[in-house]
Write a protein that binds this ligand. Structure first.
Ligand code: FAD
Ligand code: NAI
Length: 475
Protein backbone atom coordinates (compact mmCIF):
# COMPACT_ATOMS: atom_id res chain seq x y z
CA UNK A 1 0.00 0.00 0.00
CA UNK A 2 1.45 3.32 -0.96
CA UNK A 3 1.18 6.41 1.24
CA UNK A 4 -0.30 9.22 -0.77
CA UNK A 5 0.65 12.90 -0.51
CA UNK A 6 0.00 16.09 -2.49
CA UNK A 7 3.74 16.89 -2.61
CA UNK A 8 6.83 14.71 -2.10
CA UNK A 9 10.16 16.48 -1.68
CA UNK A 10 13.28 14.36 -2.31
CA UNK A 11 16.19 15.90 -0.36
CA UNK A 12 16.10 17.70 2.97
CA UNK A 13 18.76 20.39 2.45
CA UNK A 14 17.89 24.11 2.39
CA UNK A 15 16.15 23.71 -0.97
CA UNK A 16 14.13 20.66 0.07
CA UNK A 17 13.14 21.28 3.66
CA UNK A 18 12.17 24.89 2.94
CA UNK A 19 10.10 23.80 -0.09
CA UNK A 20 8.37 21.25 2.16
CA UNK A 21 7.61 23.84 4.84
CA UNK A 22 6.17 26.30 2.29
CA UNK A 23 4.11 23.53 0.65
CA UNK A 24 2.72 22.55 4.07
CA UNK A 25 1.97 26.20 4.90
CA UNK A 26 -0.03 26.36 1.69
CA UNK A 27 -2.19 23.46 2.86
CA UNK A 28 -0.65 20.54 0.93
CA UNK A 29 -0.10 17.17 2.58
CA UNK A 30 3.67 16.95 2.25
CA UNK A 31 6.41 14.35 2.63
CA UNK A 32 10.15 15.03 2.75
CA UNK A 33 12.68 12.25 2.16
CA UNK A 34 16.31 12.76 3.16
CA UNK A 35 19.10 10.24 3.53
CA UNK A 36 21.75 12.15 5.51
CA UNK A 37 22.91 10.17 8.56
CA UNK A 38 24.47 11.55 11.75
CA UNK A 39 27.33 9.73 13.49
CA UNK A 40 24.81 7.34 15.12
CA UNK A 41 23.06 6.57 11.86
CA UNK A 42 20.07 8.75 12.77
CA UNK A 43 18.46 11.41 10.59
CA UNK A 44 20.38 14.65 10.09
CA UNK A 45 18.27 16.85 7.82
CA UNK A 46 19.70 20.09 6.47
CA UNK A 47 21.82 18.61 3.69
CA UNK A 48 25.30 19.74 2.75
CA UNK A 49 24.62 23.19 4.15
CA UNK A 50 23.88 22.04 7.69
CA UNK A 51 26.12 18.98 7.92
CA UNK A 52 29.30 19.69 5.94
CA UNK A 53 28.84 23.16 4.44
CA UNK A 54 27.62 26.60 5.48
CA UNK A 55 27.00 25.91 9.17
CA UNK A 56 30.07 23.91 10.29
CA UNK A 57 32.39 26.04 8.15
CA UNK A 58 31.06 29.25 9.74
CA UNK A 59 31.40 27.70 13.21
CA UNK A 60 35.08 26.89 12.55
CA UNK A 61 35.69 30.26 10.87
CA UNK A 62 34.37 31.98 14.00
CA UNK A 63 36.35 29.78 16.42
CA UNK A 64 39.58 30.10 14.46
CA UNK A 65 39.14 33.87 14.18
CA UNK A 66 38.62 34.09 17.94
CA UNK A 67 41.85 32.11 18.42
CA UNK A 68 43.76 34.37 16.06
CA UNK A 69 42.39 37.49 17.76
CA UNK A 70 43.33 36.16 21.19
CA UNK A 71 46.85 35.52 19.91
CA UNK A 72 47.36 38.77 18.01
CA UNK A 73 44.66 41.44 17.98
CA UNK A 74 43.77 41.43 21.70
CA UNK A 75 47.15 42.88 22.72
CA UNK A 76 46.40 46.10 20.83
CA UNK A 77 43.20 46.44 22.90
CA UNK A 78 45.28 46.16 26.08
CA UNK A 79 44.29 42.57 26.74
CA UNK A 80 47.31 40.41 27.42
CA UNK A 81 46.67 36.73 27.01
CA UNK A 82 49.15 34.45 28.70
CA UNK A 83 49.40 30.75 28.12
CA UNK A 84 47.08 30.78 25.09
CA UNK A 85 46.53 27.27 23.82
CA UNK A 86 44.36 25.58 21.26
CA UNK A 87 41.91 22.86 22.27
CA UNK A 88 41.08 21.62 18.79
CA UNK A 89 38.99 18.74 20.15
CA UNK A 90 36.68 21.22 21.92
CA UNK A 91 36.58 23.45 18.81
CA UNK A 92 35.47 20.52 16.64
CA UNK A 93 33.01 19.31 19.30
CA UNK A 94 31.45 22.78 19.44
CA UNK A 95 31.15 22.77 15.65
CA UNK A 96 29.42 19.37 15.84
CA UNK A 97 27.02 20.63 18.48
CA UNK A 98 26.15 23.69 16.35
CA UNK A 99 25.39 21.26 13.49
CA UNK A 100 23.24 19.11 15.78
CA UNK A 101 21.26 22.12 17.00
CA UNK A 102 20.46 22.88 13.35
CA UNK A 103 19.55 19.23 12.56
CA UNK A 104 17.24 19.17 15.59
CA UNK A 105 15.77 22.54 14.67
CA UNK A 106 14.87 21.28 11.20
CA UNK A 107 13.32 18.07 12.58
CA UNK A 108 11.25 20.26 14.91
CA UNK A 109 10.15 22.52 12.02
CA UNK A 110 9.13 19.51 9.90
CA UNK A 111 7.05 18.17 12.78
CA UNK A 112 5.55 21.57 13.59
CA UNK A 113 4.40 21.87 9.97
CA UNK A 114 3.01 18.30 9.99
CA UNK A 115 5.38 17.17 7.25
CA UNK A 116 5.90 13.41 7.04
CA UNK A 117 9.67 12.92 7.24
CA UNK A 118 11.22 9.75 5.83
CA UNK A 119 14.87 8.90 6.54
CA UNK A 120 16.25 7.14 3.50
CA UNK A 121 16.83 7.40 -0.22
CA UNK A 122 14.06 8.41 -2.57
CA UNK A 123 13.87 7.18 -6.15
CA UNK A 124 11.34 7.30 -8.94
CA UNK A 125 9.46 4.06 -9.69
CA UNK A 126 6.83 5.09 -12.24
CA UNK A 127 4.29 7.67 -13.29
CA UNK A 128 0.72 6.39 -13.31
CA UNK A 129 -2.72 7.93 -13.22
CA UNK A 130 -1.44 11.49 -12.80
CA UNK A 131 0.76 10.56 -9.83
CA UNK A 132 4.40 9.60 -9.31
CA UNK A 133 5.35 6.55 -7.31
CA UNK A 134 8.47 7.01 -5.20
CA UNK A 135 10.39 4.27 -3.41
CA UNK A 136 11.85 5.25 -0.05
CA UNK A 137 14.67 2.97 1.05
CA UNK A 138 15.94 3.44 4.58
CA UNK A 139 15.89 1.26 7.68
CA UNK A 140 12.45 0.31 6.38
CA UNK A 141 11.16 0.50 2.83
CA UNK A 142 8.05 2.48 1.90
CA UNK A 143 6.17 3.23 -1.27
CA UNK A 144 4.94 6.81 -1.50
CA UNK A 145 2.99 8.59 -4.20
CA UNK A 146 2.09 12.18 -5.01
CA UNK A 147 0.88 14.35 -7.86
CA UNK A 148 3.80 16.78 -7.36
CA UNK A 149 7.44 15.90 -6.78
CA UNK A 150 10.18 18.41 -5.94
CA UNK A 151 13.73 17.10 -6.44
CA UNK A 152 16.23 18.86 -4.17
CA UNK A 153 19.05 16.32 -3.98
CA UNK A 154 21.92 18.85 -3.90
CA UNK A 155 25.54 18.36 -4.89
CA UNK A 156 28.77 16.61 -3.89
CA UNK A 157 32.43 17.59 -4.08
CA UNK A 158 34.14 16.98 -7.43
CA UNK A 159 37.22 14.72 -7.36
CA UNK A 160 40.38 15.28 -9.37
CA UNK A 161 41.07 12.37 -11.71
CA UNK A 162 43.30 9.88 -9.91
CA UNK A 163 42.86 11.53 -6.50
CA UNK A 164 40.03 9.75 -4.72
CA UNK A 165 38.75 11.38 -1.51
CA UNK A 166 39.89 9.10 1.30
CA UNK A 167 39.09 11.87 3.84
CA UNK A 168 42.36 11.02 5.58
CA UNK A 169 44.98 12.52 3.28
CA UNK A 170 42.90 13.75 0.35
CA UNK A 171 39.99 15.69 1.75
CA UNK A 172 36.71 17.00 0.38
CA UNK A 173 34.83 19.70 2.29
CA UNK A 174 33.66 17.00 4.73
CA UNK A 175 37.21 15.94 5.66
CA UNK A 176 38.45 19.55 5.69
CA UNK A 177 35.95 20.31 8.46
CA UNK A 178 37.11 17.43 10.65
CA UNK A 179 40.93 17.32 10.75
CA UNK A 180 41.75 15.98 14.23
CA UNK A 181 45.07 17.75 14.76
CA UNK A 182 46.52 20.82 13.06
CA UNK A 183 48.70 19.61 10.17
CA UNK A 184 52.01 21.32 9.55
CA UNK A 185 51.47 21.72 5.82
CA UNK A 186 48.15 21.80 4.00
CA UNK A 187 47.75 21.97 0.24
CA UNK A 188 44.51 23.31 -1.18
CA UNK A 189 43.63 22.75 -4.83
CA UNK A 190 41.21 25.41 -6.06
CA UNK A 191 41.23 29.02 -4.83
CA UNK A 192 37.43 29.24 -4.84
CA UNK A 193 35.05 29.82 -1.96
CA UNK A 194 35.76 26.57 -0.08
CA UNK A 195 39.52 26.74 -0.65
CA UNK A 196 39.74 30.25 0.76
CA UNK A 197 37.37 29.66 3.70
CA UNK A 198 38.90 26.33 4.77
CA UNK A 199 42.43 27.54 3.96
CA UNK A 200 41.80 30.49 6.29
CA UNK A 201 40.55 28.25 9.12
CA UNK A 202 43.62 26.00 9.12
CA UNK A 203 46.10 28.86 8.57
CA UNK A 204 44.67 30.64 11.63
CA UNK A 205 45.07 27.46 13.64
CA UNK A 206 48.74 27.25 12.70
CA UNK A 207 49.07 25.29 9.44
CA UNK A 208 51.22 26.43 6.56
CA UNK A 209 48.68 26.67 3.72
CA UNK A 210 49.48 26.58 -0.01
CA UNK A 211 46.63 27.22 -2.45
CA UNK A 212 47.04 26.00 -6.03
CA UNK A 213 44.64 27.52 -8.57
CA UNK A 214 44.33 26.62 -12.26
CA UNK A 215 43.08 29.99 -13.49
CA UNK A 216 45.52 32.84 -14.00
CA UNK A 217 43.16 35.30 -12.28
CA UNK A 218 42.26 35.30 -8.59
CA UNK A 219 38.51 35.09 -7.80
CA UNK A 220 37.45 35.75 -11.38
CA UNK A 221 33.75 36.14 -10.51
CA UNK A 222 34.50 38.89 -7.99
CA UNK A 223 34.84 42.57 -8.96
CA UNK A 224 38.49 42.98 -10.05
CA UNK A 225 39.26 45.80 -7.64
CA UNK A 226 37.88 43.81 -4.70
CA UNK A 227 39.63 40.59 -5.82
CA UNK A 228 42.95 42.44 -6.06
CA UNK A 229 42.53 43.80 -2.54
CA UNK A 230 41.58 40.31 -1.28
CA UNK A 231 44.63 38.73 -2.91
CA UNK A 232 46.89 41.32 -1.28
CA UNK A 233 45.33 40.85 2.17
CA UNK A 234 45.20 37.04 2.10
CA UNK A 235 48.82 36.85 0.91
CA UNK A 236 49.85 39.20 3.73
CA UNK A 237 48.05 36.93 6.21
CA UNK A 238 50.24 34.06 5.05
CA UNK A 239 48.17 32.13 2.51
CA UNK A 240 50.61 31.14 -0.26
CA UNK A 241 48.48 31.42 -3.41
CA UNK A 242 49.82 30.17 -6.76
CA UNK A 243 47.72 31.02 -9.80
CA UNK A 244 47.83 29.53 -13.29
CA UNK A 245 49.05 26.11 -12.17
CA UNK A 246 48.44 22.83 -13.94
CA UNK A 247 47.97 19.98 -11.50
CA UNK A 248 49.69 16.73 -12.52
CA UNK A 249 50.03 13.54 -10.54
CA UNK A 250 48.82 13.32 -6.95
CA UNK A 251 50.40 10.51 -4.96
CA UNK A 252 49.21 9.67 -1.47
CA UNK A 253 51.91 8.15 0.73
CA UNK A 254 51.58 6.67 4.22
CA UNK A 255 51.43 9.99 6.07
CA UNK A 256 51.57 12.64 3.40
CA UNK A 257 50.58 13.37 -0.15
CA UNK A 258 52.76 14.55 -3.02
CA UNK A 259 51.41 16.92 -5.64
CA UNK A 260 53.23 17.41 -8.89
CA UNK A 261 52.25 20.50 -10.86
CA UNK A 262 53.50 22.98 -13.41
CA UNK A 263 53.55 26.60 -12.26
CA UNK A 264 52.54 29.67 -14.27
CA UNK A 265 56.08 30.01 -15.61
CA UNK A 266 55.96 26.49 -17.01
CA UNK A 267 58.33 25.04 -14.40
CA UNK A 268 57.66 21.58 -12.97
CA UNK A 269 57.09 21.63 -9.19
CA UNK A 270 56.67 19.01 -6.50
CA UNK A 271 55.11 19.73 -3.11
CA UNK A 272 54.54 17.40 -0.17
CA UNK A 273 51.60 18.11 2.14
CA UNK A 274 50.35 16.49 5.35
CA UNK A 275 46.79 16.96 4.08
CA UNK A 276 45.39 17.94 0.70
CA UNK A 277 42.02 19.69 0.40
CA UNK A 278 40.51 19.45 -3.08
CA UNK A 279 37.92 22.17 -3.65
CA UNK A 280 37.46 22.46 -7.39
CA UNK A 281 33.68 22.79 -7.57
CA UNK A 282 30.74 20.45 -7.02
CA UNK A 283 28.65 18.03 -9.06
CA UNK A 284 24.85 17.58 -8.95
CA UNK A 285 23.48 14.52 -7.07
CA UNK A 286 21.34 12.62 -9.56
CA UNK A 287 22.68 9.10 -8.96
CA UNK A 288 20.15 6.81 -7.38
CA UNK A 289 17.16 8.95 -8.32
CA UNK A 290 16.28 6.44 -11.03
CA UNK A 291 15.50 9.39 -13.32
CA UNK A 292 15.30 7.06 -16.34
CA UNK A 293 12.27 5.22 -14.93
CA UNK A 294 10.15 8.30 -15.58
CA UNK A 295 12.26 9.96 -18.30
CA UNK A 296 13.47 12.88 -16.18
CA UNK A 297 15.86 14.87 -18.37
CA UNK A 298 19.34 15.99 -17.36
CA UNK A 299 21.22 18.78 -19.13
CA UNK A 300 24.61 18.37 -20.84
CA UNK A 301 26.43 19.07 -17.54
CA UNK A 302 24.47 16.43 -15.60
CA UNK A 303 22.19 18.85 -13.74
CA UNK A 304 18.43 18.25 -13.82
CA UNK A 305 17.23 20.31 -16.78
CA UNK A 306 14.77 23.00 -15.67
CA UNK A 307 13.28 26.19 -17.08
CA UNK A 308 13.47 29.56 -15.33
CA UNK A 309 10.64 28.46 -13.03
CA UNK A 310 12.31 25.16 -11.94
CA UNK A 311 9.94 23.05 -14.09
CA UNK A 312 11.53 19.83 -15.39
CA UNK A 313 10.52 18.12 -18.65
CA UNK A 314 7.91 16.09 -16.70
CA UNK A 315 4.53 17.50 -15.67
CA UNK A 316 4.41 18.34 -11.94
CA UNK A 317 8.04 17.37 -11.35
CA UNK A 318 10.17 20.29 -10.21
CA UNK A 319 13.83 20.62 -9.20
CA UNK A 320 15.56 23.25 -7.06
CA UNK A 321 18.92 24.14 -5.50
CA UNK A 322 22.37 22.74 -6.29
CA UNK A 323 20.96 19.98 -8.50
CA UNK A 324 19.89 22.61 -11.09
CA UNK A 325 21.64 25.44 -12.94
CA UNK A 326 22.61 28.67 -11.19
CA UNK A 327 24.77 29.51 -8.21
CA UNK A 328 25.29 26.78 -5.63
CA UNK A 329 24.12 28.80 -2.65
CA UNK A 330 21.83 27.81 0.22
CA UNK A 331 19.72 30.97 -0.03
CA UNK A 332 19.25 30.47 -3.78
CA UNK A 333 18.07 26.90 -3.09
CA UNK A 334 15.65 28.18 -0.42
CA UNK A 335 14.18 30.88 -2.66
CA UNK A 336 13.63 28.35 -5.44
CA UNK A 337 11.99 25.95 -2.95
CA UNK A 338 9.54 28.62 -1.78
CA UNK A 339 8.79 29.76 -5.34
CA UNK A 340 8.06 26.19 -6.52
CA UNK A 341 5.69 25.47 -3.62
CA UNK A 342 3.86 28.70 -4.45
CA UNK A 343 3.69 27.81 -8.16
CA UNK A 344 2.19 24.42 -7.26
CA UNK A 345 -0.47 26.37 -5.34
CA UNK A 346 -1.17 28.46 -8.46
CA UNK A 347 0.60 31.51 -7.08
CA UNK A 348 3.32 33.56 -8.80
CA UNK A 349 6.49 32.51 -6.99
CA UNK A 350 9.48 34.50 -8.15
CA UNK A 351 13.27 34.41 -7.74
CA UNK A 352 15.24 37.44 -8.86
CA UNK A 353 18.58 36.01 -10.00
CA UNK A 354 20.00 39.54 -10.38
CA UNK A 355 19.80 40.21 -6.68
CA UNK A 356 21.19 37.02 -5.15
CA UNK A 357 23.96 38.06 -2.77
CA UNK A 358 27.30 36.25 -2.57
CA UNK A 359 29.43 36.16 0.56
CA UNK A 360 32.88 34.69 1.16
CA UNK A 361 33.40 34.37 4.90
CA UNK A 362 37.13 35.00 5.01
CA UNK A 363 38.59 37.77 7.11
CA UNK A 364 37.99 40.35 5.82
CA UNK A 365 34.73 39.09 4.39
CA UNK A 366 33.86 39.61 0.73
CA UNK A 367 30.25 40.27 -0.33
CA UNK A 368 28.57 41.42 -3.48
CA UNK A 369 25.33 41.70 -5.39
CA UNK A 370 24.68 42.58 -9.03
CA UNK A 371 27.19 43.29 -11.78
CA UNK A 372 30.95 43.65 -11.42
CA UNK A 373 32.84 46.49 -13.09
CA UNK A 374 34.38 44.05 -15.59
CA UNK A 375 30.91 42.72 -16.51
CA UNK A 376 29.56 46.23 -17.12
CA UNK A 377 32.59 47.03 -19.31
CA UNK A 378 32.13 43.82 -21.29
CA UNK A 379 28.42 44.57 -21.77
CA UNK A 380 29.18 48.17 -22.84
CA UNK A 381 27.02 49.64 -20.04
CA UNK A 382 27.90 53.23 -19.12
CA UNK A 383 28.34 53.36 -15.36
CA UNK A 384 29.75 55.51 -12.60
CA UNK A 385 31.59 54.15 -9.57
CA UNK A 386 32.02 55.28 -5.99
CA UNK A 387 34.22 53.68 -3.33
CA UNK A 388 34.75 54.32 0.37
CA UNK A 389 37.50 52.68 2.48
CA UNK A 390 36.77 51.23 5.94
CA UNK A 391 39.97 53.04 6.99
CA UNK A 392 37.87 56.23 7.08
CA UNK A 393 34.99 54.69 9.06
CA UNK A 394 34.89 55.44 12.79
CA UNK A 395 33.29 52.15 13.82
CA UNK A 396 35.85 50.13 11.84
CA UNK A 397 38.64 52.02 13.63
CA UNK A 398 37.02 51.31 17.01
CA UNK A 399 36.74 47.64 16.06
CA UNK A 400 40.38 47.62 14.98
CA UNK A 401 39.42 46.24 11.58
CA UNK A 402 39.90 48.86 8.89
CA UNK A 403 40.80 46.76 5.87
CA UNK A 404 38.74 46.90 2.71
CA UNK A 405 36.13 49.11 1.11
CA UNK A 406 32.58 49.45 -0.20
CA UNK A 407 32.07 50.08 -3.90
CA UNK A 408 28.93 51.19 -5.73
CA UNK A 409 28.33 50.89 -9.46
CA UNK A 410 25.39 52.89 -10.82
CA UNK A 411 23.94 53.59 -14.25
CA UNK A 412 25.43 56.77 -15.65
CA UNK A 413 22.07 58.20 -16.76
CA UNK A 414 19.40 56.83 -14.40
CA UNK A 415 21.72 56.38 -11.37
CA UNK A 416 20.06 52.97 -10.75
CA UNK A 417 22.36 50.76 -8.65
CA UNK A 418 23.84 48.03 -10.88
CA UNK A 419 26.17 46.36 -8.40
CA UNK A 420 27.57 46.74 -4.91
CA UNK A 421 30.87 45.14 -3.89
CA UNK A 422 32.36 44.97 -0.44
CA UNK A 423 35.44 43.67 1.30
CA UNK A 424 35.77 44.38 4.99
CA UNK A 425 34.42 43.69 8.47
CA UNK A 426 30.91 42.15 8.68
CA UNK A 427 30.12 42.87 5.04
CA UNK A 428 28.09 39.61 5.08
CA UNK A 429 25.55 41.67 7.05
CA UNK A 430 26.06 45.01 5.25
CA UNK A 431 25.29 43.52 1.83
CA UNK A 432 21.59 43.14 2.73
CA UNK A 433 21.05 46.89 2.42
CA UNK A 434 22.39 46.75 -1.13
CA UNK A 435 20.19 43.74 -1.95
CA UNK A 436 17.09 45.55 -0.69
CA UNK A 437 18.07 48.69 -2.61
CA UNK A 438 18.56 46.75 -5.85
CA UNK A 439 15.32 44.79 -5.35
CA UNK A 440 13.49 48.14 -5.16
CA UNK A 441 15.56 49.45 -8.10
CA UNK A 442 16.94 52.26 -5.95
CA UNK A 443 19.44 54.82 -7.19
CA UNK A 444 22.77 55.48 -5.49
CA UNK A 445 21.31 58.84 -4.45
CA UNK A 446 18.52 57.03 -2.55
CA UNK A 447 21.13 55.34 -0.35
CA UNK A 448 23.17 58.54 -0.09
CA UNK A 449 20.10 60.39 1.29
CA UNK A 450 19.17 57.75 3.89
CA UNK A 451 20.15 58.42 7.52
CA UNK A 452 22.56 55.69 8.74
CA UNK A 453 23.36 55.20 12.43
CA UNK A 454 26.64 56.61 13.72
CA UNK A 455 29.07 55.12 14.40
CA UNK A 456 28.31 52.07 12.30
CA UNK A 457 29.95 50.11 9.51
CA UNK A 458 26.85 50.84 7.42
CA UNK A 459 28.00 54.45 7.13
CA UNK A 460 30.64 53.14 4.71
CA UNK A 461 27.77 52.02 2.46
CA UNK A 462 26.19 55.49 2.54
CA UNK A 463 29.58 57.12 1.94
CA UNK A 464 30.31 54.86 -1.05
CA UNK A 465 26.91 55.86 -2.47
CA UNK A 466 27.82 59.51 -1.93
CA UNK A 467 31.15 58.85 -3.65
CA UNK A 468 29.29 57.97 -6.87
CA UNK A 469 28.72 61.73 -7.24
CA UNK A 470 32.15 62.45 -5.74
CA UNK A 471 30.67 63.89 -2.57
CA UNK A 472 31.83 61.59 0.24
CA UNK A 473 31.82 63.54 3.48
CA UNK A 474 34.45 61.66 5.46
CA UNK A 475 37.04 60.90 2.82
P1 FAD B 1 21.97 19.94 -0.24
O1 FAD B 1 22.18 20.86 0.90
O2 FAD B 1 23.15 19.24 -0.82
O3 FAD B 1 20.91 18.87 0.28
C1 FAD B 1 20.52 17.78 -0.49
C2 FAD B 1 20.08 16.67 0.45
O4 FAD B 1 19.46 15.65 -0.32
C3 FAD B 1 21.25 15.99 1.17
O5 FAD B 1 20.89 15.75 2.51
C4 FAD B 1 21.43 14.68 0.41
O6 FAD B 1 22.01 13.67 1.19
C5 FAD B 1 19.97 14.39 0.09
N1 FAD B 1 19.78 13.45 -1.02
C6 FAD B 1 20.45 13.37 -2.19
N2 FAD B 1 19.91 12.39 -2.97
C7 FAD B 1 18.87 11.86 -2.27
C8 FAD B 1 17.93 10.84 -2.53
N3 FAD B 1 17.91 10.19 -3.67
N4 FAD B 1 17.01 10.55 -1.55
C9 FAD B 1 17.00 11.23 -0.37
N5 FAD B 1 17.88 12.20 -0.09
C10 FAD B 1 18.78 12.52 -1.02
N6 FAD B 1 26.14 28.28 0.62
C11 FAD B 1 25.80 29.47 1.12
O7 FAD B 1 24.82 30.07 0.67
N7 FAD B 1 26.52 30.04 2.14
C12 FAD B 1 27.60 29.44 2.68
O8 FAD B 1 28.21 29.96 3.59
C13 FAD B 1 27.98 28.18 2.16
N8 FAD B 1 29.04 27.54 2.66
C14 FAD B 1 29.37 26.31 2.16
C15 FAD B 1 30.50 25.68 2.68
C16 FAD B 1 30.88 24.45 2.19
C17 FAD B 1 32.11 23.77 2.76
C18 FAD B 1 30.11 23.83 1.17
C19 FAD B 1 30.47 22.47 0.65
C20 FAD B 1 28.99 24.45 0.65
C21 FAD B 1 28.63 25.70 1.13
N9 FAD B 1 27.53 26.40 0.62
C22 FAD B 1 27.20 27.62 1.11
C23 FAD B 1 26.70 25.82 -0.45
C24 FAD B 1 25.43 25.20 0.15
O9 FAD B 1 25.80 24.22 1.09
C25 FAD B 1 24.58 24.60 -0.97
O10 FAD B 1 24.34 25.55 -1.97
C26 FAD B 1 23.25 24.12 -0.39
O11 FAD B 1 23.45 23.16 0.60
C27 FAD B 1 22.37 23.55 -1.50
O12 FAD B 1 21.16 23.13 -0.95
P2 FAD B 1 20.32 21.93 -1.60
O13 FAD B 1 19.10 21.79 -0.75
O14 FAD B 1 20.16 22.16 -3.04
O15 FAD B 1 21.24 20.64 -1.47
P1 NAI C 1 34.43 27.16 -6.64
O1 NAI C 1 33.76 27.06 -7.94
O2 NAI C 1 34.10 28.30 -5.73
O3 NAI C 1 36.01 27.20 -6.84
C1 NAI C 1 36.70 26.18 -7.48
C2 NAI C 1 38.05 26.71 -7.89
O4 NAI C 1 38.84 25.62 -8.30
C3 NAI C 1 37.97 27.67 -9.07
O5 NAI C 1 38.73 28.82 -8.79
C4 NAI C 1 38.52 26.86 -10.22
O6 NAI C 1 39.16 27.65 -11.19
C5 NAI C 1 39.51 25.96 -9.49
N1 NAI C 1 39.82 24.73 -10.20
C6 NAI C 1 38.97 23.94 -10.91
N2 NAI C 1 39.63 22.87 -11.41
C7 NAI C 1 40.91 22.99 -10.99
C8 NAI C 1 42.07 22.19 -11.16
N3 NAI C 1 42.05 21.05 -11.86
N4 NAI C 1 43.23 22.60 -10.60
C9 NAI C 1 43.27 23.74 -9.86
N5 NAI C 1 42.21 24.55 -9.68
C10 NAI C 1 41.04 24.17 -10.22
O7 NAI C 1 34.17 25.75 -5.92
P2 NAI C 1 34.35 25.28 -4.43
O8 NAI C 1 35.28 26.14 -3.67
O9 NAI C 1 34.61 23.82 -4.53
O10 NAI C 1 32.91 25.49 -3.84
C11 NAI C 1 31.78 24.92 -4.48
C12 NAI C 1 30.61 25.80 -4.33
O11 NAI C 1 30.10 25.75 -3.01
C13 NAI C 1 30.90 27.28 -4.55
O12 NAI C 1 30.91 27.62 -5.91
C14 NAI C 1 29.75 27.92 -3.85
O13 NAI C 1 28.66 27.94 -4.72
C15 NAI C 1 29.49 26.99 -2.70
N6 NAI C 1 30.09 27.55 -1.48
C16 NAI C 1 29.60 28.74 -1.03
C17 NAI C 1 30.14 29.33 0.08
C18 NAI C 1 29.63 30.65 0.50
O14 NAI C 1 28.59 31.06 0.01
N7 NAI C 1 30.31 31.35 1.40
C19 NAI C 1 31.22 28.71 0.84
C20 NAI C 1 31.69 27.47 0.24
C21 NAI C 1 31.10 26.93 -0.86
Amino acid sequence: MSKNFDVIVIGGGPGGYIAAIRAAQLGFSTACIDDWKNANGGPAPGGTCTNVGCIPSKALLQSSENYEHAGHAFAEHGIDVKGLSLNLGQMLARKDSVVKQNNDGILFLLKKNKIAFFHGRGSFVKAEGGAYEIKMAGAAEETLSAKHVIVATGSSARELPGAVFDEKLILSNAGALAIGSVPKKIGVIGAGVIGLEMGSVWRRLGAEVTVLEALPTFLGAVDEQIAKEAHKLFTKQGLAISLGVKIGTITPGKKDVTVEYVNDKGAAQKAVFDKLIVSIGRLPNTNGLNADAVGLKLDERGFIAVDGDCRTNLPNVWAVGDVVRGPMLAHKAEEEGVAVAERIAGQHGHVNFNTIPWVIYTSPEIAWVGKTEQQLKAEGVAYKAGTFPFMANGRARALGDTSGMVKFLADVKSDEILGVHMIGPMVSELISEAVVAMEFRASSEDIARICHAHPSLSEATKEAALAVEKRSLNF
